[in-house]
Design a protein around this ligand. Structure first.
Ligand code: SF4
Ligand code: SF4
Length: 103
């Protein structure tokens, strides 16, 4: 049975389109999750989810393998800072786009 304290936790914000909404074109770094280090992914249990809780733009899902919506992710690295297992790395966007900001 889930811990009842966990059930009352909610992410503080919701993502949505707007002036600062879709930020994929100006994000400098993107978070990459190594599921081999991620506690819910490893255990098959809904534990941790601190990345979901702390993301200021609510772009992380609360799945067993948390997914990050890169349409909205700002690349702020808070999730990487808060992840207790070091599962999230911030990687330069240039590694994915080759410097082309439209991708
Ligand atoms: S880098 Fe920032 S905006 Fe992107 S998923 Fe992590 S906490 Fe959320
Ligand atoms: S904070 Fe780290 S260990 Fe916890 S759910 Fe997110 S990626 Fe997994």
């Amino acid at each position: 049975m889930p811990d009842p304290r966990f059930k009352i936790l909610t992410s503080a914000s919701t993502s949505g389109p707007g002036d600062a909404g879709r930020t994929g074109s100006w994000r400098v770094e993107r978070p990459i999750i190594d599921y081999s280090k991620c506690t819910p992914a490893k255990t098959g249990r809904h534990t941790c989810h601190l990345c979901w809780l702390y993301c200021p733009d609510s772009t992380v899902s609360k799945d067993l393998e948390p997914q990050i919506d890169l349409e909205y992710c700002k690349g702020c690295s808070i999730c990487a800072e808060e992840c207790p297992t070091g599962a999230i790395s911030m990687v330069s966007e240039e590694e994915f786009t080759g410097g082309d900001k439209d991708e």
